[in-house]
Design a protein around this ligand. Sequence first.
Ligand code: PLP
Length: 237
Amino acid sequence: MSTIAENLRDIQGRIAAACAQAGRNPEEVRLLPVSKTHGVDKILEAHAAGMTLFGENRVQEAADKARHLADTDIRWALIGHLQTNKARDVVTFASEFHALDSLKIAVELDKRLQAAGRGLDVFVQVNSSDEPQKFGIPVDEVPDFCSRLGAYASLRVRGLMTLAVFSDDRHEVGACFERMQQLQERLRHDDRAVGTYDELSMGMSGDFELAIGYGATTVRVGQAIFGARLDPNAYWS
Ligand SMILES: *Cc1c(COP(=O)(O)O)cnc(C)c1O
């Protein structure tokens, strides 16, 4: 079985190769290891191999891990849908939030952040596959949504995030990423859009190389680094 350090080296190599093929500088692409469901022992293994930012999709699990690892330099990106009643907890541990999908969440987060005297890097989640069961702002509504974010001064809007359609068809998956790239370009030239839009958080274990071809700047990789996920309750119960 390969170790986490070996997996990380392998993924970094694949990122570099995908960048070379796309004519991009590998320094433009950040690897965000997704440690959800895995224990702190594995996170520390990845940390020893040089990783300092980790992605988690559940607030409670992430907050618990952050508490366990408070004496390290590890930082946390919350990458999953957030309920308004959990906004308070996010402010205690997260340095990035990749799943902003409603103004209600923006209001709650901003209120808590202002009270704590801090800011937060956020990504607007886009439903790039137009699947009804998916979280995220519909593609057509993103420019309007992004024009309304100026009211929340503690949110630093860095860019967009998506989960592509779950499919074996590379054309369908690529079409999602292409929509994101076009949207990013549009927002960069839209004076009403609040934020920098220098970031595109997209691509996971199965599709990160494809995402890099469409301009991904953060790839969120879980299984290819940490192996198959354990039962989500196995570690923290
Ligand atoms: C779990 C998760 C990932 C990583 O998925 P893998 O297939 O394990 O690489 C990426 N993004 C989000 C939002 C996730 O929840």
